[in-house]
Design a binder for this molecule. Structure first.
Ligand code: F6P
Length: 341
């Protein structure tokens, strides 16, 4: 069988482990030919093909990024996009497609599957907000990077008696903020799940600095928002693909805190450093497991499903169950971050 493979949306560490797994298992166990499409759905619509054999995946396991390239393009949202995708699949005689992506790519996958194409999806996003899976590829590496950053910020915060705001990624969910905040011992975690009250933030900082500390670290998810009706008016700023303008909320928060408390305040925006470099062992293992499960599912005739981690098991979840849902941080984990401040 000829099986197509693409990676869409933002890159994450661990994608190459998943690509390698699909190719090795696909060629070796099932005797398939794997055909790569460069730059996600864009390459599939444009017929931008790349052969994927064992020689293409040699030594890629510890590498970051995606050897296929990626793009933010959604064929169902583009005039003629779905027709172009079907035309390429026909021309390349592709019988099934594996797409590795986050919410945007998975939404596109369900639309393409609806149009009769056999599809199995694999979840990846450092945001870890894909519904139906406990973990998405890339999250573990991002948490490691963010935790190291919080650890490093700690020493300079203490030396200078400053309030340090560290902004991490997470548009719709605060998984990186909460986990790196707990692991790095942050004083406050601000996540999209719980809009924050600036007055309470200020009171907390004033009390802490008066009572027992001279510095504070606040980890903020880029999608955090102030409580409606509170004394901080703010509108989330979005880019052309719905991505949040990096730094907007934390710069504003920093200015509010400095203004209201008089504390020396600095903002660090981690940005794409969270998505770069070598994947952790956990992401290499997850990419490998979900990749093998995807090619096995395709070979078993499955379609319209996503491979997912549930507890210790890899399972298949219907794409229709995932559509339009965001997996948010549980209240218990947010409470732990609060309790240990
Ligand atoms: O979806 C993953 C993500 O890393 C978000 O957290 C972030 O808002 C966005 O991608 C950044 O997108 P881009 O790479 O297009 O700037």
């Amino acid at each position: 069988m000829r099986v197509g493979l693409l990676t869409g949306g933002g890159d994450v560490p661990g994608l190459n482990a998943a690509i390698r797994a699909v190719v090795k298992r696909g060629e070796g166990e099932h005797g398939h030919t794997i055909v790569g499409f460069r730059h996600g759905w864009r390459g599939l619509a444009d017929g931008d093909v790349m052969p994927l054999t064992r020689s293409h995946i040699r030594n890629v396991l510890p590498t970051g990024g995606t050897l296929l390239g990626t793009a933010r393009y959604h064929p169902h949202a583009d005039d003629g996009g779905l027709d172009a995708v079907r035309a390429t699949l026909e021309e390349e005689r592709i019988e099934a497609l594996i797409c590795i992506g986050g919410d945007g790519t998975l939404h596109a996958a369900s639309k393409v599957a609806e149009s009769g194409v056999r599809i199995v999806a694999v979840p990846k996003t450092i945001d870890n907000d894909v519904w139906g899976t406990d973990r998405s590829i890339g999250f573990d590496t991002a948490v490691n990077i963010a935790t190291e950053a919080v650890d490093r910020i700690h020493t300079t915060a203490e030396s200078h008696n400053r309030v340090m705001i560290v902004e991490v990624m997470g548009r719709h969910a605060g998984w990186i903020a909460t986990t790196a905040g707990i692991a790095g011992g942050a004083e406050l975690v601000l996540a999209p799940e719980e809009p924050f009250d600036i007055d309470r933030v200020v009171r907390f900082l004033q009390h802490r600095h008066r009572a027992h500390a001279s510095f504070s670290i606040i980890v903020v998810a880029e999608g955090a928002v102030p409580l409606e009706g509170s004394s901080m008016q703010y509108e989330t700023q979005l880019g052309p693909f719905g991505e949040i303008v990096a730094g907007a909320i934390s710069e504003r928060l920093g200015a509010e805190i400095a203004d209201r408390t008089g504390f020396d305040t600095r903002v660090t925006i981690l940005g794409h450093v969270q998505r770069g470099g070598t994947p952790t062992p956990a992401d290499r293992i997850l990419g490998s497991r979900l990749g093998v499960a995807a090619i096995d599912a395709v070979s078993a005739g499955e379609s319209g499903v996503m491979t997912a981690l549930r507890g210790d098991d890899v399972v298949l979840v219907p794409l229709t169950d995932i559509a339009g849902k965001v997996k948010q941080v549980p209240a218990e984990m947010l409470e732990v971050a609060r309790a240990l401040a």
